[in-house]
Write a protein that binds this ligand. Structure first.
Ligand code: UT7
Length: 337
């Protein structure tokens, strides 16, 4: 039977490092508050003078992943692009990336599942491979948050968190009897809590999606979040969905070599590790360097975990998990071939 195997990874962040001290200069915040409450020390933002979209960051990450897989762009038979910050309203960033790769007919699918975009994307790639619809898939998570943040004290709870970046993986269907590849996935959503984390405007449900008389710096043009609610939800739902994915894969938590959670807040991931009674080195963190890059955070973390040899040897098992806007949450278990 075909198994969905990660052949390679790539990641890219734009060149501008924004430290917590840089943010202190524009909003009422402090390095101490940000580090204590989130673990973040710095993040990367695009050059505010140029035009860089999620597909541009995704393109750079894709080139690295393609080279590592020894694939050319022509080898790809399906592109999945996960983002909440598409380059433009439409068409999707997957189409824009496809053109940048020099392709003109390869199918491209955008996934708008925010922090769990990579999890939904990995489960989708696995389903496409197992059903025979595709065999060589480029899965990308890419975000440009910095051009849409409220860089005033009003938006400080969110603005200090988000960073720009992209991660890419090449996934191939491989015929093998080994227990390998995507072992299970568990995905969920609760749209009743959409307002807990959202950007409301522009809105196609309004007679004028850019409403008249609303100033362009209105808070509704920026992301708003009920941080404490999301924090509590994450700690309640992630252990449940992790167990669900373990049960589906018929393996125990002891058999997981590394958990790579979405990088939303180091306190969430440390508390999750404590709740699951895991050694500290079993949960991967890189939020300190990148902040929360939403759909890019898990593939970027996977890339770094593999570079650091924390995971990736034949037989290693990694569990990806996360919760975010939607709300959406999920867990995917992957075993290296
Ligand atoms: O990836 C998408 C999913 N998102 C998440 O998983 C995020 C989950 N939530 C969180 O990570 C946390 O809730 C935050 C980091 C966003 C906020 O941390 P918190 O410990 O929950 O703080 P809070 O919102 O309860 O605010 C505590 C205080 C408030 O002041 P008062 O009312 O106590 O005087 C805020 O105004 O901290 C204040 N505050 C800040 N102070 C300095 C909020 N943001 C900042 C800031 N700098 N950047």
């Amino acid at each position: 039977m075909k198994k969905s195997i990660i052949k390679s990874t790539g990641m890219f962040v734009p060149p501008n490092i924004i430290t917590n001290h840089d943010l202190e200069k524009i909003i009422d915040t402090s390095d101490e508050w940000i580090q204590q409450r989130t673990g973040i020390e710095q993040r990367y933002w695009i050059d505010q003078d140029g035009a860089t979209g999620a597909s541009d960051l995704g393109f750079e990450a894709s080139k690295i992943a393609l080279k590592a897989a020894d694939w050319t762009a022509q080898d790809i038979d399906f592109i999945i692009f996960a983002t909440l910050s598409p380059d433009i309203m439409f068409p999707g960033s997957g189409c824009l990336l496809q053109a940048k790769l020099g392709l003109d007919s390869t199918p491209a699918l955008d996934i708008r599942q925010q922090c769990t975009g990579f999890l939904y994307g990995l489960a989708t790639a696995d389903a496409y491979i197992k059903s025979g619809l595709a065999n060589k898939i480029l899965l990308v998570g890419g975000e440009v948050h910095s051009s849409g943040l409220d860089k005033t004290t009003r938006g400080r709870d969110i603005t200090v968190i988000f960073g720009d970046g992209a991660g890419a993986v090449c996934i191939e269907g491989v015929e093998t009897d080994e227990q390998a590849g995507v072992l299970s996935s568990a995905l969920h959503a609760d749209g009743n809590l959409a307002e807990a984390l959202m950007t409301e405007l522009p809105a196609s449900r309004l007679p004028l999606r850019v409403p008249e008389g609303v100033p362009t710096d209105d808070a509704r043009y920026y992301p708003v979040m009920d941080g404490p609610l999301i924090f509590k939800k994450a700690l309640r739902m992630l252990p449940k969905v992790i167990n669900e994915s373990l049960e589906k894969a018929h393996i125990s938590l002891d058999e997981i070599d590394l958990i790579i959670p979405h990088q939303a807040n180091i306190r969430i991931n440390q508390a999750l590790g404590q709740f699951l009674k895991l050694d500290d080195n079993k949960v991967f963190h890189n939020i300190q360097k990148y902040g929360n890059t939403t759909a890019a955070s898990i593939p970027m973390a996977l890339h770094e975990a593999m570079e650091q040899n924390r995971i990736g040897a034949s037989g290693d098992v990694v569990l990806f998990t996360g919760l975010g806007a939607g709300l959406t949450w999920g867990s995917v278990i992957y075993k290296f071939l």
